[in-house]
Each structure stands twice: as structure tokens, then as C-alpha cells.
Design a protein around this ligand. Structure first.
Ligand code: ADP
Ligand code: TRP
Length: 323
């Protein structure tokens, strides 16, 4: 069975973009694959340097996976990245096979630069550590959002380079799987939904607060009577991801006909999101109120991940002359 692996950074509240672009597609793989999911806390340390926040956010992500149906009794393994410190050793070995220029062009560096944040060396090193995550567990498939594709390409290049230099079969060359249908989920202001833009709809907001946030989605100033453009409207962009085919067609019709205010469209969007999230939200709230169960799952996952890591590191140490 092929191994699929993906990681999520514990760096704040999970939003609908993370859910649709990363978590749901990752969960969809668990039926046909041996799946590894991890909480990328080493990565998060590049931007989150508050221990309470880092810890809490990690638990929240683990509870999110479980609430959305992660099958830890079956083929799925859930763990914290930092529970397997060998990943840092592999990252070092990979760094020695990476040209420094590649890292300076990295997506994470660019994002930090654009956001005016200080660029620490961890941020520059980010794609190497991410490559180590992928290669340490012999992953075959890496499902990610489009913005992470570049990082997985770097992991592919590095695996190929290591194999070329130290022997074929030293590392498994992974394949990236970009969630095509969803692409980028837009936020309340129409830009890509992102923590850094403050335009998110958090996944686990209580129903009332969720409705409030949906009502804040930016629309143009057309009056109720005027026909509206379903192809550019921020409400419709999200509705397409949550409504059924008939519901979407129906709302589109109302946009084009006119006589419908944006408030009506927003209410429809709120209801569609709430319908999808109501049951998992209840499971999430239960898990978060009793995190012992979540901790147990993470412990068991770490054990399995360490076993897999050991196998790769024995081979890599041998091949490189470190063993
Ligand atoms: P943020 O931009 O809010 O900081 P992250 O960079 O932590 O989000 O993204 C975590 C995962 O969620 C990544 O795999 C990313 O591709 C996916 N993701 C984030 N935002 C979106 C979005 N707006 N649409 C689709 N996928 C997204
Ligand atoms: N960089 C990813 C993100 O921000 C998280 C991540 C870390 C990851 N290591 C990974 C994703 C390995 C896939 C595979 O979303």
C-alpha cells in the first residue's frame, strides 16, 4: 500500500481554506493508503514563539483530524513532528545537498518578506525541513494545497539528488497531489483565505459567530433589485464549495434575475456551511474538553512514526558514511 503523508502547522486557528485545501483531501486518502498525518510544530516555531499557543494549537489540530473522521484505529497515523527528532538529522543531511540559492527563492521566505516579518534562518531552512518530513517516512504521495506544491517539488529534487549521489533507493521519490477542484479558497475579502490576511472563516466557530462572520463577507454595493454577478461575488465563491449542485444553480439564478439582496445569499451560505460542520463540530468540542484522548492518539502515532523513521535513517546513515 502506498504511503500518503501531510502536515499542518499549529500556528493559529484552522480555517475553511485549511479544511478544504489540506485537511479534507488528506482525509480522503485514508481509505486507499497508509496515511501519516502530523502536526508541524518545528515548522510553526519559525513564526509562533509562544509555548502555550504552540501546544494548544497542536492539540486543536489533532482534535480537528479526529473530529473530521481520522481513522486511527485503521490505517491512519497521527503524530507531532517534534516527537520524531530524527527529522532534524535528515534535514541536516539534505541541507548539505541543497544549493543555498534555491532556499532564498522559497515560498516561505517570500511570504515572510511580503508580510514584513523578520526572516529567521528557520524560515529560510523551511523547505529542507519539509523535505525531511516527507522523505523520512518514505512517503509516496503528498497531498497539499497549491501554495505548498513548490516545497514538495524541492523534496522530489532532493530525493533524486541524494539517490544519485549516495545510491538509488536511499530515499523514496514522492509525488505531489494538489487538490485541483478546490484550488484556493477565498476569504471574506475575496483574497486567498489566510491567517496572515485576517480574512478567514475559522472552522470551528460556534454557529452564531460563524453566521456573524459570514455576514461580514465583502460584496459590491448593488441594490436588492439589481442583477448581480455570481461569477465574481465572494459569497458565491464560497457557496460553490458548500452548496449542492441544485442549490448552487438556484442561487446563481437568483443572482442573475435580481430582486435578491446579498443578505439572502449570505444566509444561504451560512446554512450550507453549518449543515456540513454541525456534527463534526460537536465531536470537536467534546475532544477539546477532554484532551487526554487526543494525547493518547498522538503518543501511539509517535511510536509508529519513530519505527518508520528508524528504517530510513539506518539506510541514510549507511549510504552517506555517517553510520
Ligand atoms: P495560512 O495561509 O492561513 O497561514 P497555512 O499556510 O498554514 O495557512 O496553510 C495550511 C494548509 O492549508 C496548506 O496545505 C495550504 O495549502 C492550505 N491552505 C491554506 N489556505 C488555503 C486556501 N485559502 N485555500 C486552499 N488551501 C489553503
Ligand atoms: N508547510 C506546510 C504548510 O504550511 C506544512 C508541512 C510541513 C507539510 N511539513 C510538511 C505539508 C510535509 C506536507 C508535507 O501547510
Amino acid at each position: 500500500m502506498q504511503r500518503a503523508l501531510t502536515g499542518v502547522q499549529p500556528s493559529g486557528q484552522i480555517h475553511l481554506g485549511n479544511y478544504l485545501g489540506a485537511i479534507q483531501p488528506a482525509l480522503n486518502l485514508q481509505k486507499q493508503h497508509d496515511t501519516f498525518y502530523f502536526i508541524a510544530d518545528y515548522h510553526a516555531l519559525t513564526s509562533v514563539q509562544d509555548p502555550t499557543l504552540l501546544r494548544q494549537s497542536g492539540i486543536e489540530i489533532a482534535a480537528t483530524f479526529l473530529a473530521l473522521g481520522l481513522d486511527v484505529e485503521g490505517s491512519a497515523t497521527l503524530f507531532k513532528q517534534s516527537s520524531v527528532p530524527e527529522v532534524c538529522e535528515l534535514a541536516w543531511i539534505l541541507a548539505c545537498c541543497t544549493s543555498a540559492g534555491t532556499l532564498d527563492k522559497g515560498h516561505a521566505v517570500k511570504a515572510a518578506r511580503d508580510g514584513g516579518r523578520e526572516i529567521n534562518a528557520g524560515t529560510v531552512f523551511y523547505p529542507v525541513l519539509m523535505s525531511a518530513d516527507i522523505l523520512l517516512y518514505g512517503s509516496n504521495i503528498v497531498p497539499v494545497g497549491r501554495d505548498q506544491q513548490q516545497h514538495v517539488e524541492i523534496a522530489r529534487d532532493l530525493a533524486t539528488r541524494v539517490n544519485h549521489r549516495f545510491g538509488e533507493g536511499t530515499l523514496v521519490v514522492p509525488t505531489v497531489q494538489v487538490q485541483k477542484e478546490v484550488g484556493l479558497v477565498s476569504g471574506t475579502d475575496g483574497r486567498k483565505m489566510s491567517k496572515s490576511y485576517g480574512n478567514t472563516l475559522p472552522l470551528w466557530l460556534p454557529a452564531k459567530k460563524l453566521r456573524k462572520q459570514v455576514m461580514r463577507i465583502v460584496t459590491d454595493s448593488r441594490t436588492v433589485e439589481e442583477p448581480k454577478d455570481p461569477d465574481t461575488c465572494n459569497v458565491m465563491k464560497l457557496y460553490k464549495l458548500f452548496g449542492s449542485t441544485e442549490q448552487i444553480a438556484d442561487l446563481r439564478g437568483q443572482y442573475i434575475a435580481g430582486g435578491m439582496g446579498y443578505g439572502v445569499a449570505k444566509q444561504a451560505l451560512y446554512e450550507a456551511i453549518d449543515e456540513r460542520l454541525e456534527a463534526p463540530r460537536a465531536r470537536y468540542e467534546e475532544l477539546i474538553s477532554l484532551p487526554v484522548r487526543v494525547e493518547e492518539v498522538l503518543q501511539a502515532g509517535a511510536e509508529r512514526a519513530r519505527q518508520a523513521a528508524k528504517v530510513t535513517m539506518t539506510r541514510v546513515r549507511e549510504a552517506t558514511g555517517l553510520g
